[in-house]
Design a binder for this molecule. Structure first.
Ligand SMILES: [Zn+2]
Ligand SMILES: [Zn+2]
Length: 204
């Protein structure tokens, strides 16, 4: 499975910002199919490719959610809290969207300022605009692993399965896309198992 070498992409090649131009792949909260989040003319839009439901949102305000690692099925999830009355509680009991197991979780509040910072929000495996789970989302040793879209997923598989990874030759001092990856993804002992997980996601 391991290939020989690959040249890394410049930092930010795959980011929320770039993915919003062609479509950030998310899981539709209505039908569980794949939907796209895009940004055009000052507005974020969600459109489900499966059921056709759509939403639009201007950049403003805060988002609230509960995130947990399910003690029953072991999956990582984020549940957006939309009801303003429930948003005032520090802890809420929410059911796991995959298996229904109810667990308490801290209610977290996120402001728009961090949306494009990317890393902190995205490590939870959620789109930073509507708070939907990313479509290409899995977990690895209890940590969420995700890709923004199919191109990003292909990049991750290519990067992690290469024996030798190189910086772009024209500017070797430059930060690269792989600098955005958490350390556990770059650890040699994890790479083959990660590639298998990501390859499973490709079949979605
Ligand atoms: Zn749908
Ligand atoms: Zn569960």
């Amino acid at each position: 499975m391991l290939k020989n070498r690959m040249v890394d992409q410049p930092y930010g090649t795959y980011s929320v910002y770039s993915a919003l131009k062609t479509g950030l792949c998310v899981t539709c909260p209505y039908c569980g199919g794949m939907g796209l989040v895009t940004y055009r003319e000052g507005q974020h839009r969600f459109q489900c490719a499966a059921c056709g439901r759509a939403r639009a949102k201007l950049l403003s305000g805060y988002r609230f959610r509960v995130q947990n690692l399910c003690q029953s099925c072991g999956r990582y999830y984020n549940v957006p809290i939309q009801d303003p009355r429930r948003q005032t509680f520090p802890v809420l009991r929410v059911p796991c969207p995959y298996c229904g197991f109810v667990m308490p979780g801290r209610v977290e509040k996120t402001g728009q300022a961090v949306w494009y910072g990317g890393d902190g929000v995205l490590r939870r495996g959620q789109d930073p605009i509507f708070g939907f789970d990313l479509w290409f989302l899995t977990s690895f040793d209890g940590k969420p692993v995700w890709a923004l879209n199919r191109e990003h997923l292909a990049y991750l598989i290519g990067y992690l399965s290469a024996r030798l990874r190189e910086k772009p030759p024209d500017n070797p001092g430059l930060r690269t896309q792989a600098d955005m990856l958490p350390a556990f993804m770059k650890t040699a002992k994890n790479r083959e198992r990660l590639v298998r997980r990501l390859t499973e996601l490709q079949k979605k």
